[in-house]
Design a protein around this ligand. Structure first.
Ligand SMILES: NC(=O)c1ccc[n+]([C@@H]2O[C@H](COP(=O)([O-])OP(=O)(O)OC[C@H]3O[C@@H](n4cnc5c(N)ncnc54)[C@H](OP(=O)(O)O)[C@@H]3O)[C@@H](O)[C@H]2O)c1
Length: 333
């Protein structure tokens, strides 16, 4: 009898650009294997399976959920399809790793959570940065007074067009636009760094080609803390934040994903211009996957996802009202 732990067998739903990266991460995480991949078309599923060393190609997502060699799914579809397929997977007794944004709204996010709880399966959204070992240091510095009292948080996430033809980011019916796509990271960071929910928000978007292509928002948090976010498809890649405290600022220029071929880094910048640089090792995706298939409670990350959707709901409400200051629902229900 082998003492090897049983591997969690993943089925992959969708064959997009990010899928390639995550399949490699799944295949290189201990105690995880990828057994099948599903596409809308059998040709694409077969091509993908042969390219990435996956044993079984499946036509149609539903067929993948029915397989008995799949314990968990990785969902890599346009945002409008996330909640539907996460819930369907949970109802089939499968654990769920779902691409960001988890859903289109906080109500949908909670429906995913409820479906998973009802079937006793685990779920995470695939927001890798939350799982990088560096993020533990962010949390410690913010909480342990290293920065003094936190006054303001800012986050900027962007990349520059052009899009590929038919990109779901330019299709409102598929959940396209930078509010959900990039606002997800910025609002998620504010939620993480403030250790609480924003209370009010005011937001403005620039619409082009039918979807928001630039988002600017102000957020008001407890104890007089404020935050600003800037996201969009019309400036070069930015993935940075500043957490400004009374004693020092924590600054990071690669928080969503470390730059290729550069150390994972951040800086603490004090009032005299003294800069303390830090670099880190580790794969955020492999830690994330290991946590999903492990046994520790996932509540912290699940709550962050639901709270991020509550903030994004309020941002959308503010945009719809012409930029007015609106309250953020503190919970669903
Ligand atoms: N975590 C990260 O770092 C990260 C990075 C990039 C993107 N993402 C997220 O990952 C998700 C997928 O993004 P992506 O850039 O990989 O997308 P993509 O390249 O457009 O792939 C999406 C896949 O969804 C499937 N699909 C099903 N219905 C579709 C429809 N009506 N239109 C288009 N595709 C459809 C397609 O697979 P089949 O045709 O094979 O069924 C397609 O390959 C998004 O939610 C995005 O926000 C996350």
């Amino acid at each position: 009898m082998s003492n090897q732990p049983q591997k969690t067998r993943f089925g992959v739903i969708g064959t997009g650009r990010i899928t390639r990266r995550l399949v490699a991460d799944l295949q290189s995480t201990d105690n995880v294997t990828v057994t099948a991949i599903a596409s809308r078309t059998s040709d694409r599923a077969s091509w993908y399976a042969s390219q990435y060393g996956i044993a079984t190609a499946v036509e149609g997502y539903e067929a993948l959920l029915q397989r008995d060699d799949v314990d968990a799914v990785y969902i890599s579809l346009p945002p409008s399809m996330h909640a539907e397929w996460a819930i369907a997977a949970a109802e089939n007794g499968l654990h769920v790793l779902c691409e960001k944004p988890l859903a289109l709204s906080a109500d949908q996010a909670v429906a995913v959570d409820v479906a998973c709880r009802n079937r006793g399966v685990r779920w995470l959204d695939a927001t890798g940065w939350l799982h990088h070992p560096r993020t533990d240091s962010f949390r410690d510095w913010i909480r342990n007074g290293r920065l003094g009292d936190i006054g303001h948080i800012s986050a900027a996430v962007s990349f520059y067009q052009p899009f590929q033809s038919g990109d779901h980011r330019l299709d409102a019916s598929l959940g396209g636009g930078c509010v959900l796509d990039l606002g997800w990271y910025a609002c998620g960071f504010v939620r993480f760094a403030s250790l609480g929910m924003p209370q009010e928000v005011a937001a403005d978007v620039v619409i082009r080609e039918g979807v928001p292509q630039r988002l600017t928002a102000m957020l008001w948090l407890a104890d007089g803390v404020t935050a600003t976010i800037s996201c969009g498809y019309d400036t070069a890649t930015r993935k940075w934040f500043e957490v400004a405290g009374s004693a020092a600022s924590l600054i990071c220029d690669d928080f969503t994903r470390p730059w290729a071929e550069r150390p994972t880094r951040c800086w603490i910048h004090d009032a005299s211009g003294q800069v303390e640089g830090h670099t880190f090792e580790g794969s955020q995706e492999r830690v994330m996957i290991a946590r999903l298939v492990g046994e520790q409670a996932l509540t912290e990350w699940q709550q962050n996802a639901i709270d991020t959707h509550l903030t994004l709901d309020a941002i959308q409400q503010s945009v719809d009202s012409g930029g007015g200051r609106v309250s953020v629902r503190q919970a669903v229900g």
